[in-house]
Write a protein of this length. Structure first.
Length: 95
């Protein structure tokens, strides 16, 4: 099964920045086809872009972490986000 993994962020969001750092660090350890795609849903003029990925996933807050059908929306601490990702990816055998 193909991995469907996204991190949807908004530029300037301090919580999104924490997730970005965590996801970038974890992505370096994953095969390219299993990496988490980072989607910037910010448009400087209008607030949010109409990226096809953002229209597929229903969300109300940033950041949004979508992992193979599991959605984590809003803020978790950096540790919580990292623990969730590492645990999930280890169970799947991706790490």
């Amino acid at each position: 099964m193909k991995a469907i993994r996204f991190l949807i962020v908004q530029r300037g969001c301090p919580h999104c920045r924490k997730y970005l750092q965590t996801v970038e660090r974890i992505n370096r350890r994953l095969d390219i086809e299993k990496q988490i795609k980072i989607v910037d849903a910010t448009d400087e003029r209008y607030g949010i872009t109409f990226d096809p990925i953002t229209s597929m996933i229903d969300f109300d807050a940033f950041p949004v972490l979508y992992m193979d059908g599991i959605k984590k929306e809003g803020t978790l601490s950096r540790d919580d986000a990292e623990n969730f990702l590492l645990g999930y990816l280890q169970v799947l055998g991706d790490l």
